[in-house]
Design a protein around this ligand. Structure first.
Ligand SMILES: Cc1cc2nc3c(=O)[nH]c(=O)nc-3n(C[C@H](O)[C@H](O)[C@H](O)COP(=O)(O)OP(=O)(O)OC[C@H]3O[C@@H](n4cnc5c(N)ncnc54)[C@H](O)[C@@H]3O)c2cc1C
Length: 487
């Protein structure tokens, strides 16, 4: 058994009967929940709290951002589930680093428990809150959002791994049944009186949001309007996990690259926000025949979180020092706009970009193809693509997104070698052999037969579809030249 490392931050706590605030962030559920489990082990009452952080919301510039609708719906669902258990959600709005200490003071809470995060700004914010609470309340960051946290999988000298394969071997050798065990939530009669707490919070000048008037009214309070959530029902996480485990998991290794198939779990938005617990995903898959490849993806998730934890700057700068700030990226607003719109003239790239815009999600193979196309065929900076994904992905996660973009652009840790440049036609023919994926998202090509759909130019039925914006062989040569210039 691995000797566990200490939690991210933990202070001595009083055993008096008292109020514990459970600060929900990337763990938006009420089962298998480390922070609730931790708080419930102590005496006293508990109160779940979520803060719509004004500083984070400033990045959501689309007034109908579907992630905000999703989150607002999750808040309504959490509140009604808590009501059936004798509690309710305390939902606030403001700069979280200021709101949380004020809330603790206003309610006389004695401890705050939250799932520890790995993103640099969030860690800084939590340290600010923990400091502001010194002498008033204890702050506990508990392990919940990843199966293995960054400090748990290191080389023997304590330094972080940069390469996935040795990392994953050590990860597999160190994970214990305890890491996968359910964090039970035995909360009967343990909730505080939320109405009293809301009144005290309002009296302290905090902005408490009204959960009683439905989705549109809740969104209006934070400055947004409802978006279409049919693709992403907030309560669908469990059903998706069950369906995937029963019907698709055994075939995952074979089907995961076929873009027209339901070969992957589509759980990423639910995992990102903690509507399903990553432990329950791993437990469901652990002894399942053929689940090895899927568990490997959960390890990639931990790997990128570990990289971001140790190298926060890798979110915005090239991980590989050889390429840091020296690659001669082109600048072309017009080319970038064509990529964003899905008008590149390469059917698989265009289908993928339109899938993203229409649904808020994109198949992993398609993410690799469009990222390679942007950075190598168009030689545009990977940060532009990273930011565009950040604005559109339902599952947007800084660690996995920056990791994926740096992998595809060959600038990252354990990245694709620079000379491996996806041919978008060959990728389409291999991973969308019947052209179903392309025809689903590119209506201009609906009448092109399967064998021609990845090279439709010149066909009368494709007259409304653009010619390729760059020629593959020339674009490939120019990309190789750009990388080779860096000795
Ligand atoms: C350029 C690029 C950007 C990406 N941006 C994100 C992002 O912002 N958020 C995100 O969650 N994933 C991102 N990924 C990883 C991957 O594409 C998605 O996690 C996956 O497509 C989600 O679909 P799924 O839930 O069906 O995955 P499955 O194949 O069913 O995998 C199960 C889970 O494992 C995790 N996972 C799978 N593949 C990866 C991977 N390569 N890296 C890290 N975690 C993985 C996800 O949490 C996923 O839900 C990115 C990949 C690339 C190439």
């Amino acid at each position: 058994m691995n000797k566990k490392l200490p939690l991210f931050f933990s202070k001595a706590m009083s055993s008096d009967k008292c109020l514990s605030l459970v600060w929900l962030r990337r763990d938006l559920r009420l089962h298998d929940h480390a922070a609730l489990h931790f708080a419930l082990k102590e005496s006293g009452v508990i109160q779940p709290v979520f803060i719509f952080d004004r500083e984070i919301l400033a990045r959501f510039t689309n007034p109908k951002d579907r992630r905000l609708s999703f989150l607002a719906q999750v808040m309504l669902d959490l509140d009604s589930a808590l009501r059936t258990r004798g509690g309710g959600l305390l939902l606030l709005y403001g700069p979280a680093s200021e709101v949380m200490p004020k809330l603790v003071q206003a309610l006389g809470a004695k401890r705050v428990v939250a799932a520890a995060d790995i993103e640099g700004p969030t860690r800084t914010r939590d340290q600010t809150v923990a400091k502001a609470l010194e002498g008033i309340a204890s702050f506990h960051g508990v392990k919940d959002c990843w199966l293995m946290h960054a400090p748990e999988v290191t080389k023997s000298d304590g330094s972080p791994y940069h390469v996935f394969t040795p990392y994953s071997k050590v990860w597999r050798s160190r994970i214990t049944p305890e890491d996968l065990a359910e964090r039970k939530v035995e909360d009967k009669e343990r909730y505080a009186n939320v109405e009293h707490l809301r009144t005290s919070a309002v009296a302290a000048g905090l902005r408490v949001l009204d959960l009683n008037k439905g989705l549109a009214a809740l969104l209006e309070q934070i400055g947004y309007a409802p978006a279409d959530l049919r693709e992403w029902p907030a309560d669908a996480g469990h059903e998706r996990l069950e369906r995937f485990a029963e019907q698709r998991l055994s075939a995952y290794a074979n089907d995961r690259n076929l873009m027209a198939e339901d070969g992957t779990s589509c759980l990423s938005p639910y995992l990102r926000h903690g509507l399903v617990s990553v432990r329950e995903c791993a437990r469901r898959a652990w002894d399942h025949p053929g689940a090895e490849a899927w568990i490997n993806e959960l390890i990639w998730r931990d790997f990128y979180a570990m990289i971001l934890y140790h190298y926060p700057q890798s979110a915005h700068t090239e991980f590989n020092p050889k390429y840091r700030d020296v690659l001669n990226w082109r600048q072309s607003d017009e080319d970038f706009a064509r990529w964003c719109q899905g008008h590149t003239g390469y059917p698989v790239v265009d289908a993928a970009m339109r899938q993203l815009r229409e649904t808020g999600w994109m198949h992993n193979r398609a993410r690799m193809i469009v990222a390679s196309f942007l950075t190598k065929h168009l030689r545009l900076d990977w940060r532009l693509g990273e930011e565009f994904f950040a604005q559109h992905l339902m599952d947007y996660d800084l660690a996995s997104n920056a990791g994926g973009w740096q992998w595809a652009s060959s600038t990252g840790t354990d990245a694709q070698p620079y000379f491996r440049i996806f041919n978008p036609i060959a990728q389409g023919e291999r991973f969308d052999p019947n052209g179903e994926y392309v025809r689903r998202y590119v209506p201009e090509l609906i009448n092109i037969p399967a064998g021609k759909v990845h090279q439709p130019w010149g066909y009368n039925a494709a007259r409304d579809y653009p010619k390729p914006m760059v020629e593959h062989t020339q674009a490939r040569a120019a990309a190789l030249h750009m990388f080779k210039q860096i000795a």
